[in-house]
Design a protein around this ligand. Structure first.
Ligand code: GLN
Ligand code: ZN
Length: 760
């Protein structure tokens, strides 16, 4: 039996890579230093994996920015604007593609970034043009294989498979069929495999997660022809699928002429019997039984049972054991967490711990369970304690959830009846102006928050400091002439963390960093138990802001779906149920705000879209429970209380009906970068409530002019009645400076004035 891994986080347990990259970009260290840190990290991680007992260790999973970009470099795919003349793609050309600039070379527009399947990892989208040529553009992969050999690491090169790489690429310029490029692409794959074989690689892992999505017929055929062609490569190919079950693509995947197949038995838990039925006798089967997407300790008994079933069918010699997918998506090492309590610690496993689980499972299968008796007992105790812990299962929460009625998901009256009541109470003009919530987070604000957290600043001094800031923000908004105000969110470090820290059932790590893109990492909270709200979370700040002005101040909350999607979620109950628990907790907050006299409440659902399942066939089910959760949080209020929501993207076309079902009175969305997309969305579906298409692109340092904003609003007014339009930026202002925000908001208010005049 073989124990192996599919990929390891490269950022380093202490985010060493992040800090080195940022120093390099600032010009504080040179190439050699950066490269040598990269080598050090690779060596450390390879040794860690080998010493954990793995028989095969991935090489090629390390990247200085992004592994998809590494493939573009490997295949010599560099957009023309970077002026590449051929030859080895050097570090700065690579960083210019990633970030638009680097210590040397001309700046140019960076490549587009988007999410890697349904993870929170962002890759750089390969840009392909009609007739794109491919040729080896980088020797890094082969150098890394050499490094591994010198260190005597049992290496297995890892590449993204040709079809998945093409699948996630985008054509630029004249539209064309990307599959037309497959032949040329396969030629370089052939070359790469040949060289790897020459370096002594026996196995090569080709990742094809595209196989867990619905594929057009032409793409399925392309899989066949591509792998038929790669069959002649002098290596054994492990066709690797993850992030879901193969379903209708199973027979295709099983049939492809590769020496092995890896399947994800965490996300695709039910697929083992079908896989065993279809696996040709000459293939090895790698089973991903350790969750690579979440932080829980594996239930070793259950995993052993699965592996035993497989071993009995196909024999241990053909069976491999692995994490479900690359461990890129989990934090590096639980050992660093000294502040989590013992019970919680006992339930968790990060990347390093997961390696040991893989090894343990192999030993248990080969030598019998008695060989790893202690570890099995520990795993059993953890599973047992998770099943019974009072910190996880809190009867009050379950009871409340069971008592939720359909009525609780409905506002009292339909929007058309709520609208006049709200307008009268809020005294809003035509084209009301507002912002999305946060205002610039200055160095002093951050310092005060840090000081309070670290204990240097007293609660009283901290509250005083925040109140001053809020008063400033309110005053400025009045000065600019905005119609609906916000408190500015100075007390929030992060829109998920702020709420998670105040809710029961959430835990926070100190070092649980996961790479989001490039040098950026996030530290998602861990939802381990039933969620409830012990005390109001935002009321004191919002009511303070409201006490300073006659204009309405919006209460500001992060929505249930976003809190869920940006956390590690418990795996012992359906996501929908966890989401509903969060929604109930937020519902209490909404009602407290209303009772405190707050007339409008915004519930941000920035991450609603990214929770969409990989298979379109499952979208409906997800959207149904996600929308229900939002409505459960929002619908307790009276008709005259206005509910807002905000979303950070403009690709609405396909989910607009679901967004309408959320029944928020007002939605503010990102549109300023892609005005046409918004219009497309409204072509086929009439959004019934009020909407604020963002007219100030807060991701750009550029100052939007009055004319531009008027122009954008006129475009919107062509599709949506003017009475239902709001004027606002397209996201929160926290990353901008006051020097940028002030003139932009003055222009925005002026734009609304121009619009009102032309409408009178
Ligand atoms: N209310 C939040 C803010 O203004 C929303 C952030 C977001 O949409 N990501 O910062
Ligand atoms: Zn946003």
């Amino acid at each position: 039996m073989i124990a192996h891994n599919l990929g390891f986080p490269r950022i380093g347990a202490n985010r060493e890579l992040k800090f080195a990259l940022e120093r390099y970009w600032r010009g504080e260290i040179g190439r050699d230093e950066l490269e040598s840190l990269g080598r050090e990290l690779r060596e450390r991680h390879w040794r860690l994996q080998r010493d954990a007992g793995l028989d095969l260790v991935p090489v090629g999973d390390f990247s200085l920015y992004d592994q998809v970009l590494d493939h573009s470099a490997l295949f010599g795919v560099v957009p023309e604007r970077f002026g590449w003349q051929g030859g080895e793609i050097d570090l700065d050309l690579y960083f210019r593609m990633a970030r638009g600039r680097a210590p040397s070379g001309e700046p140019a527009a960076a490549c587009e970034m988007t999410k890697w399947f349904d993870t929170n990892y962002h890759y750089l989208v390969p840009e392909l043009k009609a007739g794109q040529q491919f040729r080896l553009g980088s020797g890094r992969l082969f150098e890394q294989v050499e490094e591994a050999k010198v260190l005597d690491i049992p290496f297995k090169p890892v590449l993204i498979g040709p079809l998945t790489w093409l699948w996630i690429a985008k054509e630029k310029g004249e539209p064309f069929d990307r599959l037309a490029l497959l032949d040329g692409l396969l030629e370089v794959y052939g070359e790469v495999l040949e060289r790897l074989a020459g370096q002594g690689a026996e196995w090569v892992q080709l990742d094809e997660p595209a196989l867990v999505q619905e594929l057009p017929a032409a793409w399925k055929q392309a899989f066949e022809s591509a792998y038929n062609r790669l069959q002649s490569a002098p290596v054994k190919i492990l066709l690797t699928t993850y992030f879901g079950a193969l379903e209708e693509n199973l027979s295709l995947a099983a049939r492809l002429p590769t020496a092995g197949l890896h399947v994800d038995l965490v996300r695709g838990a039910g697929q083992l019997p079908a896989v065993l039925d279809q696996l040709p006798p000459y293939k090895v089967l790698s089973l991903g039984v350790v969750d690579g997407r979440n932080v829980w300790r594996t239930d070793l008994d259950a995993a052993m049972e699965t592996l035993t079933v497989a071993a009995e069918r196909i024999g241990r010699e053909r069976l491999w054991v692995a994490p479900s997918c690359s461990l890129l998506h989990v934090p590096v090492d639980l050992e660093l967490e000294r502040e989590l309590d013992g019970e919680l610690l006992g339930w968790l496993a990060f990347a390093t711990q997961k390696l040991h689980e893989v090894d343990l499972l192999k030993r248990a299968l080969e030598q019998g369970p008695q060989a790893v008796e202690d570890e099995l007992a520990r795993s059993r105790r953890a599973a047992e304690s998770r099943r019974n812990s009072k910190r996880i299962h809190r009867p009050g929460v379950a009871e409340r959830l069971a008592a939720v009625t359909e009525e609780m998901l409905q506002r009292r009256s339909p929007y058309a009846e709520r609208r006049p009541l709200q307008r009268a109470r809020l005294e809003l003009p035509l084209f009301p102006t507002t912002t999305i919530g946060s205002f610039p987070q200055t160095a002093e604000i951050r310092k005060a928050r840090r000081g309070y957290k670290a204990g240097g600043l007293s609660r009283e001094a901290y509250v005083e400091r925040m109140r001053e800031e809020i008063a400033q923000v309110v005053k400025k908004q009045e000065e600019y002439g905005l119609d609906m105000l916000v408190h500015g969110e100075p007390e929030r470090n992060d829109m998920v963390e702020y709420f998670g820290e105040q809710l029961e059932g959430f835990a926070f790590t100190r070092f649980g960093w996961v790479q989001s893109y490039g040098s950026r990492c996030v530290k998602p909270p861990i939802i381990y138990g039933d969620v409830s709200r012990p005390a109001p979370m935002t009321v004191e700040w919002i009511t303070w802001a409201q006490s300073l002005t006659d204009k309405p101040v919006k209460g500001m909350l992060t929505g249930p779906v976003t809190l869920l999607n940006w956390s590690f979620v418990r795996d012992d109950q359906p996501r929908a149920e966890t989401c509903a628990q969060i929604a109930l907790a937020l519902r209490d907050e909404v009602l407290d705000l209303e009772a405190a006299g707050i007339r409008a409440i915004q519930i941000d659902e920035a991450a609603l879209r990214e929770g969409l399942p990989l298979r379109r066939g499952r979208w409906r089910e997800y959207l149904e429970w996600a929308v229900r959760a939002f409505r459960l949080a929002a619908s307790g209020v009276r008709d005259e209380t206005q509910v807002h929501t905000h979303m950070c993207y403009s690709e609405f076309n396909d989910i607009l009906p679901a967004i309408a079902e959320m029944d928020a009175d007002v939605i503010t969305i990102e549109t300023s970068r892609s005005q046409m997309e918004l219009l497309d969305a409204f072509e086929h579906f009439e959004y019934p409530n009020e909407i604020g298409p963002g007219v100030y692109d807060i991701h750009s340092p550029n100052l939007p002019t009055v004319e531009e904003m008027v122009q954008l609003m006129r475009l919107a007014a062509g599709r949506i009645p003017a009475e239902r339009l709001w004027v606002n930026p397209d996201c929160g202002l926290k990353t901008r400076s006051w020097e940028e925000v002030e003139p932009a908001l003055r222009n925005l208010v002026e734009a609304a004035r121009v619009l009102r005049e032309s409408h009178l």
